[in-house]
Design a protein around this ligand. Structure first.
Ligand code: KG4
Ligand code: ZN
Length: 338
C-alpha cells in the first residue's frame, strides 16, 4: 500500500503527516503562537517559524510510525495558495527530500487539500457528487465535488473569509488570535444566560446578493462593521456584560449566511449531501445547524484536527492525485485557487 508523506506550511501551521493509502499513520502539527502578539499572521515571522520546526516535525512524523525515508513512495507538499515565504519553506524541504532520497514529489493545492480531508480514514463510505462548504481563515467558498480533479466553484466570499471575520470580531472583543474557538465558547455562555431569562438576543444584518450569478457568494465585511459599530455605540461596561450575547449574534449570523447559501446550492444542483471543511468547520453550532437543515446522515464532517490546517489532508490530496494520474512537480504559486 502506498506510503505518502504530506507537508503543510502555507500559513501559520507547520504540519507533517504520513498516510498508508487513505489512513493516517502519524501526524504532527505545530501551531505558531507568535502571531497572537500582533492579532494576525505576520508573514515573515511565519516563514522563520516554519524553518525552525519543519525538520523536527518530519523526523517525529517518521519516528512516530516507524517509517524511514526509503519506505516513502510519494511526498505531497502544499505549493499554492498561501504566504509566499511560508510555502517556500515546505516546498524547499520537500525538494530536499526528493533530491536526497529520490522520492517522487507532487505539489498540492491547499484548498484541494482541505476538500480531500473529507476522505481520510473513511475508506469508500463517501459517495460523490456532494457539495463542500470550505470555510477557513483565508477562504470561504462552495464547491461541487464530482471526482478527484473535477471540482466546480459555485460561489465564494467577495471580501473577508468566514474565519477572518471570526478573528477580526474577536480582536474587537479583546480575544487572542485566532479567535474562532473562543467566540464559539463565549456564545455558548449566552445560551445558559438566556435560559435563566437574563439576556435579550442581539441581531446583526447579513449580506445577501440579489443577482443570480452571485446568489451563492458571501460577504462578511459589512457584518464585521456592524459589530464594530455596535461596540462603539454601547458603553464598555455594557459590552463587557454582554460579550456572550454579541458573540452569539455574530456566530448565528455567519452560520445563517453559510447555511443559507449551502441550502440554495443544494436546491440549484439537486445534490443533497453536503460536507464542511476548513478551520470554521470545527464550529459546533455550524455543524448542528447543517445537520438540522440537511439531516445528520447527509452531512459529512471531518474531525476538528483535520479541519484546521494539517499535513494529513495534503498527503491525502497527493495520494488521490496519484490515483487519478494527476501528479505534478511543485510550482510555487501563492495566489492560485482551484
Ligand atoms: O483552515 P485553517 O486552519 O487555516 C486556513 O487555511 O485559514 O482555519 C483557521 C480559521 C481561523 O480563522 C479560526 O478562527 C477559525 O478557522 N476557527 C473557527 C473555529 N476553530 C477555528 N471558527 C469558528 N469556530 C471555531 N470553533
Ligand atoms: Zn487552510
Amino acid at each position: 500500500m502506498m506510503i505518502t508523506l504530506g507537508i503543510e506550511s502555507s500559513c501559520d501551521e507547520t504540519s507533517v503527516a504520513i498516510l498508508r493509502g487513505g489512513a493516517v499513520l502519524s501526524s504532527v502539527t505545530h501551531s505558531q503562537g507568535e502571531h497572537a502578539l500582533y492579532g494576525g499572521v505576520v508573514p515573515e515571522v511565519a516563514s522563520r517559524a516554519h524553518l525552525e520546526k519543519i525538520d523536527g516535525l518530519a523526523r517525529r512524523a517518521m519516528d512516530g510510525c516507524g517509517i524511514t525515508p526509503e519506505k516513502i513512495n510519494l511526498i505531497a507538499v502544499t505549493d499554492s495558495p498561501g504566504l509566499a515565504g511560508a510555502l517556500l519553506v515546505g516546498v524547499s524541504f520537500a525538494l530536499g527530500m526528493h533530491t536526497a532520497y529520490g522520492i517522487p514529489v507532487t505539489g498540492v493545492n491547499h484548498l484541494e487539500g482541505h476538500i480531500c480531508s473529507l476522505f481520510i480514514d473513511r475508506g469508500d463510505d463517501i459517495k460523490p457528487p456532494f457539495l463542500v462548504l470550505l470555510a477557513s481563515g483565508g477562504h470561504t467558498a462552495i464547491y461541487k465535488y464530482v471526482s478527484s480533479g473535477n471540482c466546480a466553484l459555485l460561489g465564494r466570499t467577495v471580501d473577508d473569509a468566514a474565519g477572518e471575520a471570526f478573528d477580526k470580531v474577536g480582536k474587537l472583543l479583546g480575544f487572542r488570535y485566532p479567535a474562532g474557538r473562543m467566540i464559539e465558547a463565549e456564545a455558548a455562555k449566552f445560551a445558559e444566560e438566556s435560559t435563566q431569562g437574563k439576556r435579550e438576543k442581539i441581531n446583526f444584518p447579513v449580506a445577501r446578493f440579489s443577482s443570480p450569478e452571485k446568489s451563492l457568494c458571501f460577504s462578511f465585511s459589512g457584518l464585521k462593521t456592524a459589530v464594530k459599530n455596535f461596540i462603539s455605540a454601547n458603553s464598555e461596561n455594557y459590552i463587557n456584560d454582554n460579550r456572550p450575547a454579541v458573540c452569539e449574534a455574530f456566530q448565528r449570523t455567519v452560520v445563517r449566511s453559510l447555511a443559507d447559501n449551502l441550502e440554495e446550492a443544494a436546491n440549484l444542483t439537486g445534490i443533497k449531501t453536503v460536507a464542511v471543511a476548513g478551520g470554521v468547520a470545527c464550529n459546533g453550532y455550524l455543524r448542528g445547524e447543517l445537520k438540522r437543515r440537511f439531516g445528520a446522515d447527509n452531512v459529512i464532517v471531518p474531525p476538528p484536527s483535520l479541519c484546521t490546517d494539517n499535513g494529513a489532508m495534503i498527503a491525502m490530496a497527493g495520494y488521490m492525485m496519484y490515483e487519478s494520474n494527476r501528479l505534478r512537480f511543485p510550482k510555487m504559486d501563492p495566489g492560485r485557487g482551484i
